[in-house]
Design a protein around this ligand. Structure first.
Ligand code: ANZ
Ligand code: ZN
Length: 865
C-alpha cells in the first residue's frame, strides 16, 4: 500500500532518530552554536495544545538551525516543585514525589510522540536531588554575597493553602491558586536583594533588541524607576525628623499636611494622648488590609490625624501629621508630603478632611502679566476646582517664585542639599523578592539556626539538604517539615550545639531562574555547571514561551544571570538573546451574554448546536473562540488529533493557521486541509519515484516550462528561507511550500531533471515543519542518510530572473487584458508590443490614440479620442 499512513511512519522515525542520536548536542565542533529553548512545563500530568504549539515552534527553529549548519542545543525539563503535588498528596494520599514522577513519565511519552528533536540527555527535573542540590548551592552563593537575608515582613497570607504568597501571586486581592482573599500577616521571611540590581535590570533591557517591545515595557514598569527627592521635616517637640520621598519637590511650598504609613515606627511617637485610641484602632484596621485594598483607585482614601506636627523647612510653617491607608510603608520612606493642590489623591483626601489646599504652580498663561522680578513677588490667589498636575510656573514659593516647575525641581533639591535637609533620590517600585514558602514540596533553604552562631549555612559537602520522604500530610495547614523532629534537629555545623534546620522551602520561581544554565551541563555532579561549557552554549539564542511569564520569570532569570556573572561563573550579561511569546490556542465555546465574565462559559458538549441555550437558565447562547481551558470545556486533546491525522498534520496546521505570536483558532476543517496537503505531497513524490526520473546536472538549453519550474523552485527556497529567518513567519513559509507543490503538480516537464530538483527541494524544505513524512519520502527516494542531516538549500538568483514579464493593457484607465513580453524589452519596446497586441487592436479600432502612458514592467494605458 503506497498511501500516506502517518501512524505507520511516525513512530518508526522517532525510534530511528533516537537510535541515530540525531538530536544530541554536538560537542567539540567548529560549527557556530544555537540554543533553542522552550519554557519548560510544569508536570501536571497531561500535555495541552498550548504546550504542543510552544514546543512545535521551538522544534521547527531547532531543526532549521541544524540544517543551516549550527550545533543545536534543544533541551527539555520539568518545573517540578510546587503546590499541586502537595495538594494531590493531601487530597489523594499520593506522596508528592511519586505523583510528580508519574506525571513526568507520562508527559515525556506524550512529548516524544510529538517527534520533537529534543536532546533528552540534558533532561532535568527541578525536584530531583541532583538538581536542587545546586539550587541550594546557588542560594548559598547569594547568602555569601549578602544578597539573601531574613526579615520580619507583612506578608500576603493565603488562608486556604496556608502559605505566604509573593505579591505577584496575588491577583485582585486573591490568591492566584486557591482564589482565597489574601490576608496580611507578620512573619520572618527570606528575601533576595533583587533591588541591588534594579538599575542594571532596567538598563540592560536596551541590550535586547530581539525581545518584544511590550515585554520590555512591562519589565521597565515593574522595576518602576522614578527620580525625585528625599526631604526632611522636623517634628515639633521631638528631636527627630520625618523623611519623605517625593517626585514633586517643586510643590513643597504647597504642603498642607504630612502622612505616615500607619505601621511607620514614628507613628506612635508623634501621636498625642488625645489621639492615641483612634490612631491605634486605625492601625489595627489597616493591618488586615491587603496592599491592593489600600491603594485601589476607586476606594476612598481614609486617614486619622495623629495630633503631631512637623515644620516645613522651606516655609517654617507647622503642618499636621496624619496617618492614612494609602501610604505604603514599603515604598519610598513610608512617609509622604501632602500637596492637595497638585496631586489628585491628595486633593480628594484634603476635601474629605477639610485640609487646606494651596496652589503653588499655575499655567503660564495665568501669570503672563505678572512681574516676578520685582523685589517682593506678589501673592497670587488662584483656585482651581481640581488638582493641577501639569508643569507650570511657581507662585507663592519664596525665592523660587516665577521659576518654571522643571527648573524649580532642581533648584529646590539643590537648596535642600545645601541647607542639609534633603537630597536627590532615585526610587524603584521593585521590591526585594520574598522567596520563602511554608510548604513541603520545594527545595529546602539550606541553613541551620544555631542558638550560638545564628544563621549557619549548610556546608557544601552536606548538600543537598534532602527533602525527607516519610512525611505526613494532615491537611492544608502548614508544612509537614516543621513537625518532623528527626529532620529539624541537627547539631550546628560550626559549634556542634543542638540547632534547628530552616523548615521553609524556596519559591519555585528560584528553580526556574537557572534551569537554562543547567541544561548546558545537566549531568555535572561536581559543579553547578562547568562555566566553559555554559559560556560556550549560552546565551539562549531563541527562547519561546507564554506571555504570562513576561515579568517575573524573565526578570528573575535575568537577575540570577547577573549575580552568577558577578560571582565569576558566567561571562555574559543577559540569558535570553531573543524572545518569542507565542499566542494562545483558542477553541470554540458558548457564552451566556447575560452572565458575569467568570460564569458566562458553557461547554460545547452541554449545548444543542441547533438551538444553543444555557442548560441552567434557558438563555440563548453565543458561539465564540476563547483560550482553551478545562473550565470552558473547549480544549482539543493533542492525542486525539494525532491519532486521527498524525503529528505532522497537527504541526503543519499549528504553523500554518497563525503567525507564532498571534492567537490561533482551532479549526478542524483547516486541520483536514493540512492533512490533504501532506497527502498531495505524498502522491507527488511517490508518483515521481515510480516514474524513475532522476536528477541530472545539465542546466543548459532549458525549455520554457523547465525554466518556469526552476524559477518556482528557487523562489520557494528564497521565500521559505526568508520567512523562517528572524521573524519566524511559519504560516507564510507553509503557503510557499503549497505554492511549490502546486507548481510541481502543474509542471509539464515531469520527465526532466528539473522536476527531480523540484521534488527534492520540496522534501528538504518540508523537513523542519513535517519531519516524519519528509524523512520517509527522502528515504523512499533512495537516500540512506536522514533528510534532517541535509544542508538547508540556497537559492540560485539567476533562476529567479523571469524570461518574460506580464504587461497589463488599459484603455482609458480600464484594464482590458494582459500580454507577455520579453523581460529585456525596454520602455519603447514595451509600448510597441502593447500597440500591436490583439487586445489593444480590438479596443482601439477606428479611434485615434491621443496619449500612451507606459509604466515600465507593469502596464500600458491608451488614451483615445
Ligand atoms: C508630593 C507630591 C506632590 C507627590 C504632587 C506627587 C504629586 P512614583 O512616581 O510612583 O515614585 N508617595 C511617595 N511614597 C509613597 C508611599 N510610601 N505610599 C504612597 N504614596 C507615596 O510616586 C512618587 C509620589 O508618590 C511621591 O511624590 C509621593 O507623593 C507619593 F503634586 O510627593 B508625591
Ligand atoms: Zn553554632
Amino acid at each position: 500500500d503506497s498511501r500516506y499512513n502517518p501512524a505507520a511512519i511516525e513512530e518508526k522515525w522517532q525510534k530511528t532518530w533516537a537510535e541515530q542520536g540525531l538530536d544530541k548536542t554536538p560537542t567539540n565542533s567548529n560549527q557556530p552554536k544555537f540554543y533553542a529553548l522552550s519554557m519548560f512545563p510544569y508536570p501536571s500530568g497531561s500535555l495541552h495544545m498550548g504546550h504542543v504549539r510552544n514546543y512545535t515552534i521551538t522544534d521547527v527553529i531547532a531543526r532549521l538551525k541544524r540544517m543551516q549548519g549550527y550545533r543545536v542545543l534543544h533541551p527539555m525539563g520539568w518545573d517540578a516543585f510546587g503546590l499541586p503535588a502537595e495538594n494531590a498528596a493531601i487530597d489523594r494520599g499520593v506522596p508528592p514525589a511519586k505523583w510528580t514522577y508519574q506525571n513526568i513519565a507520562q508527559m515525556r511519552q506524550q512529548l516524544q510522540r510529538l517527534g520533537l528533536s529534543i536532546d533528552w540527555d540534558s533532561e532535568v527535573a527541578t525536584c530531583s536531588p541532583d538538581y536542587y542540590k545546586w539550587t541550594q548551592w546557588i542560594f548559598l552563593q547569594f547568602l555569601q554575597a549578602g544578597l539573601a537575608y531574613q526579615k520580619e515582613a507583612a506578608v500576603n497570607w493565603d488562608p486556604v493553602d496556608q502559605t505566604v504568597l509573593a505579591n505577584e501571586q496575588v491577583i485582585d486581592g486573591r490568591s492566584w491558586r486557591s482564589g482565597a482573599i489574601v490576608e496580611r500577616k507578620l512573619l520572618r521571611q527570606w528575601f533576595l536583594k533583587i533591588t541591588d540590581y534594579a538599575e542594571q535590570l532596567l538598563n540592560d533591557l536596551d541590550k535586547l533588541p530581539g525581545w518584544p517591545e511590550r515585554v520590555k515595557l512591562m519589565q521597565a514598569n515593574w522595576i518602576g524607576k522614578s527620580i525625585g527627592a528625599y526631604l526632611e521635616f522636623a517634628i515639633v517637640g521631638l528631636n527627630e525628623k520625618i523623611g519623605v520621598y517625593t517626585t514633586r519637590p517643586d510643590t513643597v511650598y504647597g504642603v498642607s499636611y504630612l502622612v505616615l504609613a500607619p505601621e511607620h515606627p514614628l507613628t506612635k511617637r508623634v501621636t498625642t494622648k488625645e489621639q492615641k485610641a483612634t490612631v491605634e484602632a486605625f492601625i489595627q484596621e489597616v493591618a488586615n488590609q491587603s496592599e491592593l485594598e489600600r491603594t485601589a483607585e476607586d476606594k476612598p482614601k481614609r486617614g486619622i490625624p495623629t495630633g503631631g506636627k512637623v515644620i516645613n523647612p522651606f516655609t517654617g510653617e507647622e503642618v499636621p501629621i496624619w496617618i492614612a491607608d494609602y501610604v505604603l510603608y514599603e515604598y519610598g520612606t513610608g512617609a509622604v508630603m501632602g500637596v492637595p493642590a497638585h496631586d489628585v489623591r491628595d486633593f480628594k483626601f484634603a476635601n474629605n478632611y477639610n485640609l487646606p489646599i494651596e496652589f503653588v504652580i499655575v499655567e503660564p498663561e495665568a501669570v503672563a502679566n505678572v512681574d516676578f522680578q520685582q523685589e517682593d513677588p506678589p501673592l497670587i490667589m488662584i483656585d482651581y476646582d481640581s488638582a493641577y498636575t501639569e508643569p507650570g510656573i511657581l507662585i507663592n514659593s519664596g525665592q523660587f517664585t516665577g521659576m518654571n516647575s522643571t527648573d524649580a525641581k532642581q533648584a529646590i533639591v539643590k537648596y535642600a542639599e545645601e541647607e542639609g535637609f534633603g537630597k536627590e533620590r532615585i526610587q524603584y517600585r521593585l521590591r526585594d523578592w520574598l522567596i520563602s514558602r511554608q510548604r513541603y514540596w520545594g527545595a529546602p533553604i539550606p541553613v541551620i539556626h544555631c542558638p550560638n552562631c545564628g544563621i549557619v549555612p549548610v556546608p557544601d559537602k552536606d548538600l543537598p539538604v534532602q527533602l525527607p520522604e516519610e512525611v505526613e500530610f494532615t491537611g492544608r495547614g502548614g508544612s509537614p517539615l516543621t513537625q518532623l523532629e528527626s529532620w529539624v534537629n541537627v547539631p550546628c555545623p560550626t559549634c556542634g550545639t543542638p540547632a534547628k534546620r530552616e523548615t521553609d522551602t524556596m519559591d519555585t520561581f528560584i528553580d526556574s531562574s537557572w534551569y537554562f544554565l543547567r541544561f548546558t551541563d545537566a549531568k555535572n555532579e561536581q559543579q553547578v555547571f562547568d562555566s566553559s561549557k555554559t559560556n560556550d552554549l549560552m546565551p539562549v539564542d531563541q527562547y519561546v514561551g507564554g506571555i504570562e511569564h513576561a515579568i517575573l520569570h524573565l526578570l528573575y532569570s535575568r537577575f540570577f544571570t547577573k549575580v552568577l556573572r558577578d560571582r565569576g561563573l558566567l561571562n555574559f550579561d543577559e540569558p535570553f538573546q531573543r524572545l518569542l511569546t507565542q499566542g494562545m490556542v483558542q477553541g470554540l465555546t458558548y457564552t451566556n451574554p447575560k452572565k458575569s465574565d467568570k460564569d458566562k462559559w458553557v461547554p460545547v458538549n452541554l449545548v444543542d448546536p441547533a438551538d444553543p441555550r444555557d442548560p441552567k437558565t434557558g438563555d440563548p447562547l453565543q458561539l465564540v473562540y476563547a483560550t482553551m481551558s478545562k473550565s470552558k470545556g473547549n480544549g482539543v486533546a493533542p492525542e486525539d488529533v494525532i491519532a486521527k491525522y498524525g503529528v505532522d498534520t497537527a504541526r503543519m496546521f499549528i504553523l500554518f493557521k497563525a503567525p507564532p505570536e498571534k492567537d490561533l483558532e482551532w479549526d478542524e476543517a483547516d486541520v483536514e486541509g493540512q492533512f490533504r496537503f501532506l497527502n498531495r505531497v505524498w502522491r507527488l513524490v511517490t508518483d515521481y519515484i515510480a516514474s524513475g526520473v532522476s536528477r541530472g546536472n545539465t542546466l543548459s538549453d532549458l525549455t520554457k516550462s523547465e525554466k518556469d519550474l526552476r524559477r518556482a523552485i528557487h523562489t520557494a527556497i528564497k521565500a521559505v528561507s526568508e520567512d523562517v529567518e528572524d521573524e519566524y513567519q511559519f504560516n507564510t513559509a507553509v503557503s510557499e511550500l503549497m505554492k511549490l507543490s502546486n507548481a510541481l503538480t502543474d509542471a509539464s516537464c515531469k520527465d526532466s531533471p528539473i522536476y527531480a530538483e523540484g521534488i527534492e527541494t520540496l522534501v528538504v524544505l518540508l523537513a523542519p515543519f513535517a519531519p516524519h513524512i519528509a524523512d520517509e519520502l527522502w528515504h523512499l527516494m533512495g537516500n540512506s542518510n536522514s533528510v534532517h542531516t541535509h544542508a538547508w538549500p540556497t537559492f540560485d538568483s539567476a533562476a529567479l530572473v523571469a524570461d518574460e514579464i506580464t504587461l497589463v493593457i488599459q484603455i482609458m484607465g480600464k484594464t482590458r487584458g494582459a500580454i507577455q513580453v520579453p523581460a529585456q524589452a525596454d520602455k519603447a519596446a514595451q509600448e510597441k508590443f502593447a500597440r500591436e497586441s490583439e487586445v489593444a487592436q480590438r479596443y482601439i479600432e477606428g479611434k485615434e490614440i491621443k496619449k500612451v502612458i507606459v509604466v515600465p514592467g507593469k502596464l500600458v494605458n491608451f488614451v483615445v479620442a
